[in-house]
Every structure is written in C-alpha cells, then in structure tokens.
Design a protein around this ligand. Structure first.
Ligand code: FAD
Length: 392
C-alpha cells in the first residue's frame, strides 16, 4: 500500500530517503516547519561528552597520519599500493596530516624512491632478510610494532592475497576494526574513516565506521582507486626501523616456491586494457570461439560473468565481479551478460563499456556507453568482420 510517514515520530533527519533502495522517498518541509528547523539549528546548547566519549576522543587524538602498506614480492610492488597512496593522499589532505609508506622486505630500500614518486611524505622502512618471502608471522609482528610505535590514524592495504591475510592478522592483534574490499573511502571532520563496501550480496552499499578504535584499517581491491599522480617535488625522508624477530622464532619456513605454470589462465585481468567478457547468453563453451576471435582482433583478453565461470566456460581467474576481480580496462565489451549488481561492481569503472544483449531492458545498458540490442551470435561476428575490414 501507500507508504505512511508517522508524523508524530518523524524528526526530518532524511535517513529514510538515503536508505530507501527504490529511491522513492522525498521530504519536503512547509515554510512553518523550515522556520522551526532554523530555530533548532541555531540552538547552541552544548552537550557535554560522557567520560567514556572523552576517553575515546583522547585516545583517538594520539593517532595521526595515513599509512599505506607497500606490498612487494621479490622487490616488485603491487600496483594497488600506488593506487592507495593516491587515495591516502586525499584522506591526509582532508585531515591536514601526512601519507606515509610502510615498506617491509629484504633488499627493498630502492622502493622508497618509487613511493616518494607516488606522493609519500615519509617512508618507514624495515629491511631485513627475515622478510625475504612473505610469511604472516614476521610481517604482522613488524606491522604491529610499527603501529604501536608511530600510531597512524589510518592503515590501508591492498585486498590482495597478502593484504587480506596481513590486514586480518594485524587488526585482530591490535583489537581494532577492519573493513575489507572497500570501494570508496572518505573521512568525516572528526577523523572517522567512512569505509564504503557492498553488503548483503552486493544489494546495498554500506558505509562502515570504526569510531572507538584506532588505527582504522581498510583493504581495497586493485583498480578500484585511481593511481596516484606522480609527485613533482618528491620528498625523501626515510625512517629506518629495526625489528627484533629472530628467524628461529618463526614457526613457518619456506622450503620451496612452486610457481604457477605459465598458461592462458594466468593472465591477470585486473591489469588488462581490453576485455571481452561473455555471460550465460553465450550458451556453451564452444560458442566462446566467437569471443576469442573478437578478442584476437582487439588484442583483448576474454573474461566472464560468474554464470559463465560456474558453467565451466571460463577459468575462475577470469571472473569479473564481487567474488571475482575488479577490472578497469580502457574498453570492456559485455556480451550476453545481464548486468547483475555483483557483476557491475567489478567493471563499472571501465573507461568505456560496450554491451551486447538481446534484451533492451537488461541492466547492463544502464552502465554501458554503447549498447547494442541484438542477438550476440549475429552482432559479435559482425563486429569482428568490421574490425578486420578496417585493418585491411
Ligand atoms: P544472466 O543474468 O542469465 O544473463 C544472461 C544475459 O544474456 C541476459 O541478459 C540475456 O538477455 C542475454 N542473452 C541471452 N541470449 C542472448 C543472445 N543470443 N544474444 C544477446 N544476449 C543474450 N556474478 C558475476 O558476474 N560476478 C561475481 O563476482 C558475482 N558474485 C556474486 C556474489 C554473490 C554473493 C551473489 C549472490 C551473486 C554473485 N554473482 C556474480 C552472480 C550474479 O548475481 C548473476 O547471477 C550473474 O552475474 C549473472 O550472469 P550473466 O549475466 O552471465 O547471466
């Protein structure tokens, strides 16, 4: 039936307007009500904080600056770290604080120069052979030591295998909050990090705050945030730290590293520039040959929706979406994909989206820059043919 507003209880806070998934609510005030609201707004009565609130505020005030863990494997930095430095810079600017890189590894001093390049104000460097290969124990002990000592207000890590593992261990040890897989970060005037991420199976975006504990910790997937701009006047302050973690005190030992065999499934779709993705509309694994042909012409990589992955048509490393990878290519061509929210959160920030679907009402068209309504078995070969003709 008609939505009813309980006018006796409504205080006009507009929270319901934001919460309504159908965006069906609007609140209007009469001139008389506006006058009352103005009067209330002018009320300067100061509400005294409770002793508990005071204690929290005092404790929180000891924490300052935004830290980004610069993740490296064998000296090669995960690009998400530079993306996070860019995001960290924005947050630090709002707080009037600094963005600092935390670099842990063995023989990784040269990474500091890159971190300054990507805008770090300071680098905290822990260079020790014990950190040669990633192991949770020494890394998390080093992180916790540094956080105890320097008290950063915010700690950001990539939502990579390493970042997820480390962030969880650190947050547990420090007894603070961690929001995984954030898609947006902002900060309120009190310094509370507003961490937005999909919740309830991607059906709503939840903004999570951790106002009672510090540091505030988030992980963010690769390609969600934009790469930091290159600093014109890079800083150079390296703070070298040592941690006392004897190799013998670590329970895990790396005996051998077995690398994944090079093959078609090992391409990282989160760093490809052209993607052709197929969904349930492809109907079979064999039909993916028409996508392969289009991808070959474009120099693109073939990926898929979860439906296509579950059906065994596409490897799981190529799944785009909430439980797959987040991609941000120059061009994303979605073929026979309906555009479920869980798929769209993984590709909606692509520079250009082209969708092919026979259903003109498919949600994918809402995010597409170019939409082709038609049968993919006609449209895709026609696209390939056109490209071949243009190349000839
Ligand atoms: P469908 O929704 O079935 O769409 C097929 C489309 O193909 C339709 O729009 C149809 O019109 C079109 N079509 C059919 N035949 C043709 C033709 N001949 N020509 C042109 N168009 C045609 N999904 C993901 O993709 N990634 C995720 O990471 C992911 N994570 C999830 C996590 C959770 C917790 C949950 C609950 C779901 C998740 N899903 C994910 C699943 C998601 O909800 C959808 O079910 C899925 O994305 C649908 O895949 P699809 O678009 O290929 O299939």
């Amino acid at each position: 039936g008609e939505p009813q507003i309980n006018t006796a209880k409504c205080i006009g806070c507009k929270k319901c307007v934001k919460a309504c998934p159908g965006e069906a609510l609007e609140i209007f005030f009469t001139p008389e009500e506006l006058a009352i609201l103005k009067e209330l707004g002018a009320d300067t009565t100061v509400v005294e904080p409770t002793p508990e609130e005071k204690a929290i505020a005092e404790r929180n005030a000891q924490y300052k600056n935004v830290w980004v863990l610069v993740e490296q494997t064998e000296g090669i930095v995960a690009e998400v770290s530079w993306e996070l430095l860019g995001e960290g810079r924005k947050l630090a600017n709002k707080r009037g604080s600094e963005v600092c890189a935390l670099i842990i590894g063995a023989g990784v001093r040269n990474i500091c120069a890159d971190a300054f390049h990507y805008g770090a104000d300071k680098c905290y460097l822990i260079d020790n052979p014990v950190f040669k290969e990633y192991r949770t124990e020494p890394y998390f002990r080093a992180c916790c030591d540094m956080i105890h000592k320097h008290k950063p207000e915010i700690v950001l890590m990539g939502a990579t295998g390493l970042g997820r593992d480390l962030a969880g261990a650190v947050a547990t040890e420090l007894q603070t909050g961690l929001t995984a897989d954030c898609t947006e970060l902002d900060i309120d005037p009190k310094g509370n990090l507003m961490q937005t991420r999909p919740a309830f199976g991607g059906n709503i975006m939840a903004t999570i705050m951790c106002d009672k504990f510090r540091p505030q910790m988030s992980t963010v997937r690769p390609k969600v945030m934009q790469l930091a701009p290159i600093s014109e006047n890079p800083k150079s302050e390296i703070i070298e730290e040592t941690v006392d973690i004897p190799a013998t005190s670590i329970m895990t030992k790396v005996l051998e590293i077995i690398r994944e065999k090079k093959g078609s499934s090992d391409i990282d779709i989160s760093s490809t520039e052209f993607i052709v993705a197929g969904g349930r509309g492809m109907m079979s694994k064999e039909n993916f040959s028409i996508l392969n042909e289009l991808a070959d012409e474009l120099g693109a990589v073939v990926a898929g929706s979860r439906m296509a992955v579950d059906a065994g048509w596409v490897s799981h490393t190529r799944q785009v979406g909430q439980t797959g990878k987040t991609v941000r290519p120059v061009v994303y061509i979605a073929v026979g994909i309906s555009g479920a929210i869980q798929h769209m959160v993984g590709m909606q920030d692509s520079d250009m989206i082209i969708a092919v679907n026979k259903d003109k009402d498919a949600p994918i068209f809402e995010v597409a820059n170019y939409g082709i309504v038609g049968d993919l078995f006609e449209v895709v070969p026609a696209m390939t043919k056109k490209i071949r003709e243009a190349k000839a």
